[in-house]
Design a binder for this molecule. Structure first.
Ligand SMILES: [Zn+2]
Ligand SMILES: [Zn+2]
Length: 341
């Protein structure tokens, strides 16, 4: 089968013929219909230090959906022809984090596309426990976007204290920023999203979603927020981009006792104005990946139409055009770039 493979410890990817995965006991073989490129895939493409420990060679991709092609011994929940989407992390189920429902922090987890073969391929084999049926009205593309939305659900609903009427500022207008902004709005917050000049297409999507967004190359977000709150500051800041400047802005624009959730992956260490954090009693919180139960919530949010996902899918490529797909994803010319094998 055809697959997008990270083969060597250097920048780049390869489109290769690889063996179709075996369907072991308890496994489901999926014919992939849609698989989206994540920010982390760009880091894998570049082979940044954050991914130096990954297995090579590996078929990339952890956000995917498709149709059941074959089932392994003992699979009872799914049948050939079923439409399915998958979680992205195989957790151990036994460590203290798994036992406490924090499987995103599992001590010995394995991620598709990093530690084991993922979904940028014609087929991918997945343990049945990670799969969910795709509801009738949901497209394969929306189903692939359940994974990134589930991350946003964890970041916002589990880890960001937000009250109706709060002002929440989302720094970063990529897929996670746009999903998180929708969730903060659902929680009753007034939401302001920030992007930069190269985010032109993403500003258009924000507009379609009815989200207020400003370009920080034109407007100082700290001044804007202080003006709007008579110098008090925003209740919540949400850093959905791996840019050190966004962390600075977040710390400077939240109120005393304000909360900053940080989900970006940064190129290196970030200097934080810590005296401001201390004197204003600001909480800085990291948030990573998603828990199993965030997937169910995420499926329901898309199915009910309370979160818009389809608008975020802007580009589609066959596997053969992986190089071009990564180029578009990196250029931020759109929002979500998908493979349609
Ligand atoms: Zn992802
Ligand atoms: Zn575990």
């Amino acid at each position: 089968m055809k697959a997008v493979v990270k083969a060597r410890p250097e920048p780049g990817v390869e489109v290769r013929e690889v063996e179709t995965p075996a369907t072991g006991p308890g496994d489901v073989l999926i014919r992939v219909k849609a698989a989206s490129i994540c920010g982390s895939d760009l880091g894998i493409y570049d082979f940044t230090p954050a991914y130096s420990g990954m297995a090579l060679p590996v078929v990339m991709g952890h956000e995917f959906s498709g149709v059941v092609e074959a089932i392994g011994e003992g699979v009872g929940d799914f049948a050939v022809g079923d439409r399915v989407l998958s979680r992205s992390v195989v957790s151990c189920g036994e460590c203290r984090f798994c036992l406490e429902g924090m499987d995103n922090l599992c001590e010995s987890s394995s991620l598709f596309g990093i530690h084991q073969d993922g979904g940028f391929a014609e087929y991918v084999s997945v343990p049945q426990g990670l799969l969910y049926p795709i509801p009738g009205g949901m497209s394969f593309e929306e189903a692939a976007l359940v994974e990134p939305l589930s991350n946003a659900v964890h970041f916002v609903n589990d880890l960001t204290p937000v009250e109706p009427g709060d002002l929440a500022v989302v720094l970063g207008i990529g897929p996670i920023g746009l999903f998180s902004a929708q969730l903060l709005r659902l929680a009753g917050a007034e939401v302001l999203v920030t992007g930069i000049s190269m985010d032109t297409e993403r500003f258009k999507i924000a507009d379609k979603l009815g989200l207020e967004a400003v370009n920080v190359d034109d407007v100082d977000p700290v001044e804007l927020v202080m003006e709007r709150t008579s110098g008090r500051g925003a209740d919540v800041a949400f850093v959905a981009v791996g840019a050190p400047s966004a962390v600075h802005q977040a710390v400077r624009l939240v109120r005393k006792r304000g909360h900053v959730t940080i989900v970006g992956i940064f190129p290196g260490d970030v200097a934080v104005p810590m005296t401001t954090v201390v004197r204003r009693e600001i909480t800085l919180a990291g948030a990573y990946d998603a828990r199993a139960e965030n997937f169910e919530a995420s499926i329901e949010l898309i199915e009910s139409g309370r979160v818009e996902a389809a608008e975020l899918a802007t580009h589609r490529f066959p596997l053969e055009e992986a190089e071009r797909a990564f180029e578009v994803a990196r250029s931020k010319a759109g929002c979500k770039v998908l493979f349609v094998p």
